[in-house]
Structure formats: C-alpha cells, structure tokens
Design a protein around this ligand. Structure first.
Ligand code: PLP
Length: 287
C-alpha cells in the first residue's frame, strides 16, 4: 500500500509524521473522506471545495493547488491499483514547536491514504441499524463552525464510545437547544407521510456531500424535501429514519431509543434512494 506524504509516495510502514505535528498535538488540521466507485472519484470537486474552504476558514495554507491535489490523489489511486475504495485526505498544520500558535509551523503537511472500505455488511442496508440518541451536544456555529471538517473529532468519538456501550450501530446528536443535528459521522433524514426532512446545517451538522446528493436525488424523483428543524419526538414517530455519509452511503435506523421506526426494517423511500444513489456513484465525479 502506497501513501502520499508531503510530495512522496511511501509504504504504509514508512508513513510517519512528527510528534511535533500540530495535527497530532492539537487537532490542528482538516480532512476529507472520499469514495472511489469503479474508478470514479465520486463528487471530487465538492470534496476538494469543502477541504479548501475548511482550510481558508482556519487560515491554513495548503501547499498544493486543487489541480495538484487532484493529481496527487489520482496518482495514489493508480499506484494502489484501486478501482473501488476510500480516500482519506488529511492536511495538518505541520510540525512546529510546542505551543498553539500556528505561526510556529512552517508548512502544512498533506497526506493521502487510499484503502478498501466496507463499514456495514450488505444485510444492514436491508435491516437498518439500531440507534440511540446521546448526551453529547453537537457544536453550533458559536463554537467551531460545523462546516469545518476539522481533525477535532473527540466529540464524535465520545458518541461512538456511548454507542459501543449501548451496542448500537449509530447514534443521534442533538444541539444544545434539543434539535436533532446528525449522527456521529453521518447526516440524518426522516420520512413522514411521504415527505422528507433533514436538519438545516446551521443547527450543527456538517454539510455532507452525500446529504446534498440525496437532496438532489429527491428533487429528481419528485419527493418533497424540507430542510427544517425537528426534535427527537419527530424521529420517534417518523415512518422512516436514515443516515447518509460517504462511508455509510444511505442506511436506515430501525430503532431509536427503543422506539421501533416504521415496520422495523429499512423503509421503501430509504431503499429507493439507496438504489438510485448507487446508480450515480460511478458517474458524478472524476475518472
Ligand atoms: N457529519 C459528520 C460529522 C461527518 O464526519 C461526516 C462524514 O464525512 C458526515 C456528516 C457525512 O458527510 P459526507 O456525506 O460528506 O461524507
């Protein structure tokens, strides 16, 4: 396996970063997770735009242009002979002395990892996931703006720990006002009486690229979709609940906090959207 590390391709064993890297010391950096389907880098432009916007927002200068980054990704995919898989793009502040000040770091570090991926077994897409809501609160834009896909994932990791403890596959985060925001690493949708709802990102959700692809698909398929705030009550009484994300794609929740959702398996709208989504994943992107 070849890993891109600051302009060079090195083996997995030799892919090492400094203990003084501020990404390691302080979580000072950003990342993207991207899928390759049948040789196509799905929604490549959207992911690169989000990465470069995150960088600009935290005043991080990425030492590659978007075209150079694309070239580095394409080369890493080629070297690993990967037709279907996952790309992890990481830009950290780079190595510097101790101390928070990013001015201590001369140059950002760029890492590209390409790997196989299957987070859920295929049956889980039909049965759905058991889920809970958690006590961790998603930050709203008065703290770190959720649009920044930063290396600070401790809050999400605490959610994962709580999910592991409860023995569930995904969890639902609320914001401090009690509105549903998203999952631990996925956006959330509910379906009620044929209408789809997803929380507006300003409530505290990453503006997911899969989320946006599903919003586009809903328009194409003639579904009404509303971006509006909702609470756990609306989730409990929904006909369908599903999550979207680069790794998870589109996956249902069959139970939330002990309430069975719909008929207790992935519902028809979720399955239709998953099927339609899988039809476009090897088309919309960069080959
Ligand atoms: N929310 C969070 C916190 C995430 O980390 C992710 C994964 O990237 C998502 C939502 C889903 O976003 P996307 O569809 O762009 O992968």
């Amino acid at each position: 396996q070849w890993i891109y590390l600051d302009g060079q391709h090195v083996t997995k064993e030799n892919a090492k970063v400094s203990v003084y890297d501020h990404g390691f010391l302080y979580g000072d950096g950003i990342f993207e997770g991207i899928r390759i389907y049948n040789g196509n880098i799905f929604k490549c432009k959207e992911h690169l735009d989000r990465l470069y916007d995150s960088a600009k927002s935290i005043q991080l200068s990425i030492p590659l242009s978007q075209d150079e980054m694309l070239e580095a990704m394409a080369e890493t995919i080629r070297l690993n002979e990967m037709r279907n898989g996952y790309i992890r793009l990481i830009v950290s502040r780079g190595a510097g002395n101790l101390g928070l000040d990013p001015l201590r770091c001369a140059k950002a570090s760029v890492i590209i990892i390409v790997e196989q991926l299957a987070i859920y077994p295929e049956e889980a897409y039909l049965t759905g996931l058991k889920t809970i809501s958690v006590s961790q609160r998603r930050n709203i834009p008065d703290a770190l703006n959720p649009k920044i896909k930063s290396l600070n994932y401790l809050n999400n990791i605490l959610v994962k720990i709580q999910s592991n403890y409860a023995g569930v596959g995904e969890a639902i985060m609320l914001n401090s006002q009690g509105y549903v925001t998203e999952g631990s690493a996925d956006n959330i949708f509910i379906v009620k009486n044929g209408v789809l709802y997803t929380p507006p990102c300003y409530l505290g959700a990453l503006e997911g690229i899969t989320r946006n692809a599903i919003i586009d698909l809903c328009a194409e398929l003639g579904y009404t979709l509303k971006e509006q705030p909702f609470t756990l009550h609306d989730v409990y009484v929904a006909d369908e609940v599903f999550f979207t994300g680069t790794a998870a794609e589109v996956i249902a929740a069959y139970e939330v906090d002990g309430r069975t959702i719909g008929s207790g398996v992935a519902g028809p709208v979720t399955l239709e959207l998953l099927a339609e989504f899988r039809k476009i994943v090897d088309q919309d992107g960069y080959k």
